[in-house]
Design a protein around this ligand. Structure first.
Ligand code: ZN
Length: 218
């Protein structure tokens, strides 16, 4: 055990300075009282490494695009950078906050869908994105959230499933109101959301209305 002559206290572990007065400690070191945070340090390093690579890619992309102007005024690097920035923000949120899988799945699919629509609009494949890829992603989110809602006993997933169902209803209603044919994939998506709604009401019953009341603050 090491001691501080100044404070007259014993300090466990192998610290060189007193935690109170920062004077040097005397005596022999004893084993550390807590495990060394190697795993956390490794994770922090990996996080920094990917952040560095992503930021470097953004800088290189923007420089090539704007300084050399290889694409005759079409600035693709803006869309490329936006994808990476949203990815970084989502990753940061997942690390910082309590991890809820249904929330992560829902937000990721929402962000990917919005970015995809923007990219598709820029690259002229908007119809395929809006009427095939996005409804497939939305249907996948629905099925995943239905599964989470069925197995999750703390009812974290239910609100994301209900939100998901609501979003599909709204998209379908807007398309119909604008006299746009929603197409086969959105129609399948609507059927899945109706089946999920029936399923969640049958299996979870009163918990569904409780959840809606809680979220709406009735
Ligand atoms: Zn001291």
């Amino acid at each position: 055990m090491k001691t501080c002559m100044n404070c007259n206290i014993s300090v466990g572990g192998n610290a060189d300075t007193c935690p109170l007065c920062q004077n040097s400690l005397t005596g022999t070191a004893s084993p550390n009282n807590w495990p060394s945070p190697t795993r956390l340090r490794k994770q922090a390093f990996l996080y920094k490494l990917q952040l560095f690579i992503v930021l470097a890619a953004i800088v290189v992309g923007l420089s090539l695009d704007f300084l050399l102007d290889l694409n005759n005024g079409r600035h693709y690097s803006l869309i490329f950078s936006l994808w990476l920035i949203i990815f970084e923000l989502d990753l940061w949120n997942n690390i910082k906050k309590v991890f809820i899988i249904s929330k992560t799945v829902s937000l990721t699919i929402l962000h990917v869908s919005l970015l995809l629509l923007l990219t598709a609009w820029y690259y002229n494949f908007f119809d395929i994105a809006a009427f095939t890829i996005v409804p497939i992603l939305t249907g996948t989110a629905l099925l995943a959230n239905m599964t989470f809602a069925m197995i999750d006993t703390r009812e974290n997933a239910m609100v994301y499933l209900l939100e998901n169902i609501l979003i599909v209803f709204i998209i379908y209603a807007v398309l119909k109101a604008r006299h746009t044919q929603p197409g086969l994939v959105w129609t399948i998506c609507l059927m899945i959301s109706l089946v999920c709604l029936i399923g969640i009401i049958i299996f979870k019953g009163r918990k569904v209305s409780n959840e809606i009341q809680k979220r709406m603050n009735f």
